[in-house]
Design a protein. Structure first.
Length: 310
């Protein structure tokens, strides 16, 4: 058992590192449990990030996370490369248990464990990830200007991405495995009425095909007829949902029906006093590096106010 920490931050990425920077500058020397396998969050699997302020020529996702980590450490943050497997928030002093057996106690905890994208789990998806396959239209749409694009999914996110991508692609095809969308009525109407979007219903992606140059087509199957065809495409945007990384909480915090952490209004306060949450484990709408960083800042300020008794 370690000494009682002022702050333990569970998770890294833009939210965790930003919270660490602010709390470090405030003199709290936060302990960041950054993760064993994927510290830095989803950005470590991203190529060029062009929409993070301050980098007019863009920056590689791993380089951005490395810079944030070093900045946090510069202000006193201490990093542990492990995963949290359980927490106990029942007492005023909170307990966090890691996979390798370390147990930490803290007056405040900030949860920034993010979420993971749901994947198609088809051949070629991993091969062409970052070379045609993307999980973020806002991040990567620009790279497919005047090229054929498909979006896979049937919810609001898929419809929003298809609409957004019409400003880039030479064509945009929205592929959904059912004969009806799950999206809200207004989003369905917008997609159906947009002449730049082609719908492929009752269709599933079977394979992503390409070469050293990147993705070049997808193999799809019509579920009603079993007909298999190849669709020429360079950009494949997968929008079938995210899974918040909150299983380790085991009911310690209030979550919504999809597992996202519930917070109090515009704050980062969770259902437990002294525990705060930020980033994609909370945010199901924006899911951007800059919005996660901003929420990490807010979590740090909320934690500071709690620690100072304000």
């Amino acid at each position: 058992m370690s000494d009682i920490q002022d702050v333990v931050i569970i998770g890294s990425g833009p939210a965790g590192y930003t919270a660490a920077i602010y709390l470090g500058r405030a003199g709290y020397r936060p302990l960041v449990i950054a993760g064993a396998l994927t510290p830095g969050g989803q950005l470590v699997n991203t190529t060029t990030v062009e929409n993070f302020p301050g980098f007019p020529d863009g920056i590689l996702g791993p380089d951005l996370m490395d810079a944030m980590q070093r900045q946090a450490e510069q202000f006193g943050a201490r990093l542990v490369w492990d995963d949290v497997v359980s927490v106990d928030f029942d007492d005023d002093v909170h307990t966090v248990t890691c996979d390798q057996g370390d147990v930490f106690q803290a007056r405040t905890v900030v949860v920034t464990t993010g979420s993971t994208v749901r994947k198609l789990q088809v051949p070629g998806e991993e091969t062409f990830a970052g070379r045609g396959v993307s999980y973020c239209a806002t991040c990567d749409g620009f790279f497919f200007r005047n090229k054929p694009i498909v979006v896979v999914g049937g919810g609001d996110s898929a419809c929003e991405e298809a609409l957004f991508l019409t400003r880039f692609g030479s064509s945009v095809t929205l592929i959904h495995r059912r004969d009806e969308f799950r999206a809200s009525k207004i989003m369905q109407e917008r997609v159906r009425s947009n002449p730049d979007i082609t719908l492929m219903m009752n269709t599933v992606v079977e394979r992503v095909n390409g070469s050293d140059a990147g993705a070049e087509s997808i193999t799809v199957r019509n579920r009603a007829t079993d007909e298999v065809t190849d669709v020429p495409v360079n950009g494949i945007f997968v929008a079938i949902g995210h899974t918040p990384a909150t299983d380790f909480l085991h009911g310690a915090l209030a979550l919504d029906d999809d597992g996202y952490i519930l917070v109090d209004g515009a704050s980062t306060r969770t259902s437990v006093p002294g525990v705060f949450a930020a980033g994609d484990a909370v945010d199901r709408v924006y899911r951007q590096a800059i919005s996660a960083a901003g929420m990490g800042c807010r979590a740090a300020l909320d934690a500071q106010r709690y620690l100072s008794g304000d």
